[in-house]
Design a protein around this ligand. Sequence first.
Ligand code: C2E
Ligand code: MG
Ligand code: MG
Length: 728
Amino acid sequence: MLNPFRSLTIRTTLLLVGMVAMSILVMAGLGYTTVDRVTEQNARTRIDHAARTAAALVGSLSPQRFEARLDQEGRPLALVFAEGVAETALEQDAGDAKLLEVIANANQGAANLYRFREATREFQRYASTVRDALGAPAPLRSFGLSHPAYGALASGAVHVGQVPMLGRLRLAYFVPIMTREQRVIGALAVDIGLVDDLVAPRNTLREAIGLWSGILLLVVASLGAFIQMLEMRPLRAIARFSHRFVSGQADREVPGLGRADEIGDVAEGLSRVIAMQSDLERLAFSDPLTGLGNRTRYFADLEALLADGASGALLMIDLDRFKETNDAFGPAAGDALLMWARDHILGELEEGDRLARLGGDDFAILSPGTADTRRAMALAQRLMKRLAEPAQLPQGEVHSGCSIGIALLPGQAATAAEAHRKAELALRDAKSQQDGRCVLFHAALDEAVQNRMQLARLLRHAIDHDELNLHVQPQIDLRTGKLYGFEALARWTHPTLGAIAPSEFIPVAEANGLIPALGQRVLEQACSLARQWRDANFAFGRISINVSAIELGQPNYVAQVQDALARHRIEGACLCLELTESVFLQQEETVLTGLFHALRDLGVRLSLDDFGTGYSSLGYLNRLPLDELKIDRAFIAAADQDPRKRSLLAGIVAVGKGLGLTMVAEGAETEAELQVLRELHCDVVQGHVIGRPVSPLMAPIEGERLFGAFRATPAAALRKSTAKPRVA
Ligand code: C2E
Ligand code: MG
Ligand code: MG
C-alpha cells in the first residue's frame, strides 16, 4: 500500500497544520487562562462585595437583632444575635423578608435565610428572594449534610462557592447565624447570580476558540495542501521526466529549467547530470581513437541482435603487419593506419551494418543484412581487396591487408559469447594459414580447439612428471670438419598417443602458459648434460637450446640462466640460446638490447633461428649483439638445383658474415646441398646429412665416430656420463 507520508505535500501540510494548531493552542490558551483568572477574580470580588454589603445592611437594618462579625477586610464571618435577643427571634421577625429584599437588590442577586434544625441536621430556608419562572416565591427548601455549604456552616464558618439551586449552580456566600454562645442557629446566604452567567464570557471565548481554531486549521490545511500541490507540480514534472529519462523515453529538455527558484536549481542540476551521463555513455561505448563503437558497444549490439532473433553475419577483422607499421614508423603511423582501415571498411558497409574496434588492430562488423554464407564471403572478399590497397599515410606508404573470421548468426551461435568465440576461432585459423585470408567458422575448428585443450592438459601433466626428453642434433664446422656443437630438441612420447612433434606441442605450450616451465627444464637438462660431457672429457663444443619469445619475456630469465650455469659449474660459452625472429614482435628493441647484453655478459652465445622465415629487419642484425644466424632450411633445400636460391643463400651468407656473425645452415639433407654450403663459405652446418637428432646417450659415440671429438676416450667415463640420458 502506498504510504501517504511519503508525499511531501502531505508531510509539509501536516507540519503547517501542526504549527498553526500549536500557535493557536499557545495564544488561545494564554487568552483563555487570563480570561478565566479574571472571571474568577471578578466573581470573587463581587461575592466578597455582596457579602460585605449584606453584612452592612444587616447591621444597619436590624441592629437590634444582629451584630455582624467581620474579618480584617470587612467580609462577614458570622451574624451573632444581639444582646438579649431570643433564639426564637429568628424566623419570627417580619422584617426578614424586607431585609432580604434590600440585600438582594443591592447585590443584584438572591438572598436567603435559613434556620438550623439540630434534630434533623439540616438548614431550612424560611425566607428567600428567589422566584420561580413565573415570578412566584420559590418553595422553601432545606439542605443537609450533602450540601457543599453544610460542613462549614455547621462548624460556624462561612462558605463561599458554587451551590446548586433549582437545578443550577449559583455563586453564593453563606454566613452562619449564631447565638452569643456560639451555637449555630441559622445562616444567611447571598448570591450574585448563576455561575453560568458569571463565566459566560469565558465560556463564549472557549467556544469561539474551538470554532475558529477548527475553521482556521481547516483553511490552513486545505489552502496549505493546495498551495503545496501547486508548488510541487514542477517537481513532480521533473520526477516524471527522470523516470522517462531512465527508461530511455525522455524526449525534451528537463522541465523547470530557467526558473529562478530552487526548482530551477534542481532542473539545472539534473540537466547537467544528464549531459554528464551522455558524455560517460559516449566514452563507455566508443573507441576514443576511431570514434567507432568499442568492445562494450560491440557486445551489446551482438546481444541485442541475437535477442531480437534477427539473422546476420559477424566478421572479425585483423590487420596484417600492423605491429610492423607501428615499429617501423611509430605509433602515430599505427593510429593513421587504423583510421585509414576504418574509412576503407566503412566504405564497404551497408546501412544497418555496425563497425566496432575491439582493441589493437581488431575490428568487428555486425551485418544484419548478411545472413548467408555467399553474401558474408562476398563482403569479406570486398573488405580484403580494399584493405590490400596501399595505405598512403603521412609517414609513408604502407601495405597492410587483413585476415577475416566469420560466424553466421544465429545459425552458428545462440549467444554473444559463442558468436564472438567462433568468429575469433575462424580468424585465428585464417591467420595461422597465411595473411590475407578469410575463414568461415566450421565445426572442425571447434574440434581442433578441443584437441588443443586436451593436448594442453596432457602436456601439463607430462611437464610436471618429467616425461619430456631431449634429443641432440650435431652441428659441424665446415671450415675444419670438426664437431661444432649440438642443438637440443625437446621430445615428447605420450604413452598412448605416441610421439608428438615439437611443431605440435610447442605452440600449445606457448598458448597455455606452459612454455616457461618447459623451457626451464630444457635449460636445466642441457646444463646438466654439458656438465656430464665435460666430466667425461667429451669436447662437445656448445649446446644450443631453443628459447621461446615468451620465455625471454620472463622478468627473471637472465637470472635463471645464470643460476643454471652456476649450479652445473659450466661456463656461459658452452651454452647457445636460439631465438626466433618473433622476439622482435613481442619485445621492444630497447628491452631486447638490455636482455641480450645481460646474457652475453654471462658468456652465453646468442643465435637467431629460422632466419629468413619471419619478420626480419637487417637493422636488428646490425644493432643487437648476436653471435650467429641459423639460415632456415627453406633456403638450403635444393639450393644446388635452383640457381636463384643459391644466389639468395650466397647473399644471406655474405650479409651475415659481413656483420661478423657465424652462419649456421639448418636442415642440409644431401651431399650436394652440403657442397653448396662449403662453396659459399658457410661456417657451420646442421642437418640429416650430418646426423639426425639422437638421444644424448648416443651423442658422444656419434661425435667420436664422426669427428673424433674426444680428447681422450675413457670408455668407463663415457658410460658413466651417459648413464642418465633422460632430460627435460
Ligand atoms: P628448430 O629450432 O629450427 O629446429 C630444427 C628443426 O629442424 C628440428 O625439428 C629438427 O629435427 C629439424 N631438422 C634438422 N635437420 C633437418 C633436416 O635435414 N631436414 C629436415 N626436414 N628437418 C631437419 P624438430 O625437432 O621437430 O623441432 C621443430 C621446432 O620446434 C624447432 O625448430 C624449434 O623451433 C621447436 N623446438 C624444439 N624443441 C624446442 C624446445 O626445447 N624449446 C622451444 N621453445 N622450441 C623447441
Ligand atoms: Mg632451433
Ligand atoms: Mg630452425
